[in-house]
Design a protein around this ligand. Structure first.
Ligand SMILES: Nc1ncnc2c1ncn2[C@@H]1O[C@H](COP(=O)(O)OP(=O)(O)OP(=O)(O)O)[C@@H](O)[C@H]1O
Ligand SMILES: [Mg+2]
Length: 300
């Protein structure tokens, strides 16, 4: 299927299938994610996008097909070993420890890197102190990168939604992933905040060299940050290509609209593109002005 050299492939899905009772949520889905790219899954509600993430995270076992990460069959990897392998994710519905501070959430996330034994920790041996210093250094670096300094000692429960979304991204980044899975990073964000999220995704890809697999409904964000896009519908692959190729694919338009009359509707209307410069709206904790609707709902 793919002409990508094997050494460039970070994650590979082949005929990936999962059934829930009579529902085939993912049906023979194949794709390759290249090292260093932003690869985005789009598709109407219920297409199977989050299920693909849950298969990669080993929350679900596939009914068929294979997932290979860095040449390793993920079926042989225990769910608890996914984070240490370098795969981190954010969730469609934010999952954080609400009654812990931002800093504590990041430190907890970072514990996948703990290599010291319980005994050495009890005795607080030099190796433990060095590991602790490294953990703090990395976490502070992520706080600086995502401009969360102002919130570091605040409880997550009291933070505006947009900031919590960034904290979740920070928690995933603190684990120093090679592959970052972002499930709808713009959902619940206003246009300004979505613009900031786009910049952060680009920074993470470019400056940290992290490969990103994203699920996203906002076509403006998809076009801005994605190298390649895979469109799904009812568990199956509809199209794969550049953002513009996929958005103008008649099968994709039909899946979203039920008609092929309007080929521009998947694109963000002129004038509503995210701000050209970083607005700082997320860091300021702006309340969402409106919840962006998935394209499926927005165009109906
Ligand atoms: N644990 C489960 N048990 C039963 N059915 C499930 C389960 N998880 C997902 N499904 C079904 O699988 C299909 C795909 O769901 P999934 O959550 O992957 O869609 P999605 O593409 O992420 O949609 P959305 O854009 O709404 O988030 C749906 O029909 C859903 O009801
Ligand atoms: Mg989903």
């Amino acid at each position: 299927m793919s002409k990508i050299p094997a050494s460039d492939v970070l994650l590979s899905a082949r005929d990936l299938t999962v059934r829930f009772g009579g529902v085939v949520a993912v049906n023979k889905v194949s794709f390759d994610v290249k090292r260093g790219e932003v690869f985005t899954l789009i598709g109407p509600n219920g297409a199977g996008k989050t299920t693909v993430f849950n298969l990669i995270s080993r929350i679900y076992n596939p009914s068929g097909g294979t997932l290979t990460y860095m040449g390793r069959n993920l079926a042989t990897v225990a769910p608890s070993r996914i984070a240490p392998l370098g795969i981190a994710r954010t969730f469609q519905n934010i999952e954080l420890f609400e009654h812990a501070t931002v800093l504590q959430n990041l430190l907890i996330g970072r514990h996948v890197h703990r290599r010291t034994s319980v005994w050495s920790e009890m005795l607080f041996l030099p190796g433990v102190r060095a590991a602790e210093r490294e953990t703090r250094r990395k976490v502070e670096e992520v706080i600086d990168l995502l401009e969360l300094q102002h919130y570091r000692d605040q409880l997550v429960a009291g933070l505006p939604y947009g900031v919590r979304k960034v904290v979740e991204l920070a928690r995933a980044l603190a684990t120093e992933p090679s592959l970052l899975l972002l499930d709808e990073p713009s959902s619940g964000l206003n246009v300004e905040e979505t613009g900031d999220m786009a910049f952060w995704i680009q920074d993470i890809q470019r400056d940290l060299g992290i490969t990103i697999l994203m699920v996203e409904h906002d076509m403006g964000l998809v076009s801005k940050v994605s190298d390649r896009v895979l469109a799904m519908n009812q568990g199956e692959v509809l199209a794969l290509g550049s953002p513009s190729e996929v958005q103008s694919n008649p099968a994709v338009i039909e899946a979203y609209l039920g008609t092929v009359d309007d080929v521009t509707s998947l694109r963000r209307p002129p004038g509503s593109v995210p701000a050209a410069s970083r607005s700082g709206a997320l860091a300021r904790g702006a309340e969402p002005a409106r919840v962006l609707q998935p394209a499926t709902e927005a165009v109906q």
